[in-house]
Design a protein around this ligand. Structure first.
Ligand SMILES: C[S@@+](CC[C@H](N)C(=O)[O-])C[C@H]1O[C@@H](n2cnc3c(N)ncnc32)[C@H](O)[C@@H]1O
Length: 343
């Protein structure tokens, strides 16, 4: 294991400068860097960890093994058709206790902080979030300066921290999930506040029904661990439809599972639906993205890249003296400003 760690540590030294793309300041993604392999058991998690060839090959092999036998196509339909029912059951069982509140939310996505509570300063904001189309009919959040939507919000692990942050500001939050049980949990939570948030049931694969706000009216869309839950064949349609909700200059903030994350390699044979797409014991599904796939999804929808990176970490079980690789994708994409044609 020492050899593996040494190679991993060597990779770290050259990685930091290559991590980020786009002209924005780099997101922190943690600063706990393992420089001496002997220190590995001193923390539970190390950031910015590079894989060596051996580790990559081992991961690839494990994924190939667990996806050799795909679930027969005729059995697969139910996972897509009844997806919301599987998630309803999930929330019935776990309530809001399964996912932890997203402690990294405002560090990684400071764009969520409204300018009047210490977010992007107003001069930058007016450049970033500006060109709204004229909006006529009344809708929740109509008078807000900053409109945020979280899709696939689950029990509200991001929603409630956002509500507590934007309360008293000129921001408004919309959030939706196709599990009605999840939306009930969001609304039953003591932090839920109708004055700053509108939670609604909505299947984001249904790209034809209207949202409770006009097209082109959102500043930010938060997409956290939800695209992975959707059949990969539907992902592009979903992203296209979300892009239509953004104002010019509006952004998508995305975080999700990356290819060969520990949770992919842990799947047993018989759980694979298609390449890198699996169903869990409870019937919910999960896809594992590469950086190129994320880039294609968002750029095919006409959005421009601000950030697209792999967040690679080493998770340490200090009791059992075991190290495990975690891989998440983190990306930010912006709807470009359209040049108005001069007459
Ligand atoms: C892994 S959970 C993540 C929940 C939340 N974003 C978080 O990070 O805590 C995935 C969520 O996406 C929701 N979801 C999956 N497919 C969806 C769809 N087509 N439309 C709306 N929500 C969906 C599920 O109900 C579930 O709440």
């Amino acid at each position: 294991m020492r050899t593996i760690l040494k190679l991993t540590v060597r990779g770290v030294r050259c990685i930091l400068s290559r991590l980020y793309s786009g002209g924005r300041p780099p997101a922190p993604l943690g600063g706990r860097i393992l420089t001496n392999p002997d220190d590995v058991f001193q923390h539970n998690m190390w950031d910015h960890v590079q894989w060596n060839e051996e580790e990559r090959e081992m991961a690839q092999q494990k994924a190939e093994e667990n996806s050799k036998h795909k679930i027969p196509v005729e059995e697969q339909t139910k996972y897509d058709r009844d997806a919301n029912k599987y998630w309803d059951r999930f929330y019935e069982m776990h309530h809001g206790k399964f996912f932890r509140n997203r402690s990294w939310l405002f560090t990684e996505f400071p764009e969520l902080l409204p300018p009047d509570v210490g977010g992007i300063c107003s001069s930058e904001k007016s450049q970033e979030y500006c060109s709204s189309p004229p909006i006529c009919a009344s809708f929740p959040g109509q008078h807000a300066d900053l409109r945020i939507l979280e899709v696939g919000c689950g029990a509200g692990n991001s929603v409630h921290p956002i509500i507590n942050t934007i309360r008293g500001s000129k921001a408004f939050l919309y959030c939706c999930d196709f599990s009605s049980r999840a939306i009930e949990l969001v609304q039953e939570h003591p932090d839920y506040d109708h004055a700053v948030c509108h939670a609604f049931v909505r299947d984001i694969c249904d790209t034809t029904s209207p949202f409770p706000f006009p097209p082109g009216s959102l500043d930010i869309i938060l997409v956290v661990f939800v695209l992975s839950a959707i059949h990969p064949a539907r992902a592009q349609g979903v992203v296209n439809s979300l892009a239509g909700c953004l104002k010019q200059g509006g952004i998508v903030l995305f975080r999700d599972y990356g290819r060969y994350d520990l949770s992919q390699l842990r799947f047993k044979k018989g759980q694979c639906l298609s390449d890198n797409f699996y169903t869990r014991q409870d019937g919910t599904c999960v896809y594992f993205f590469t950086k190129d796939e994320v880039h294609n999804l968002f750029s095919n929808a006409g959005l421009e890249e601000l950030q697209n990176l792999e967040d690679r970490r080493l998770q340490v079980n200090r009791g059992k003296k075991v190290v495990m690789h975690r891989v998440w994708m983190q990306s930010k994409y912006r709807k470009p400003y359209r040049l108005s044609s001069s007459v």
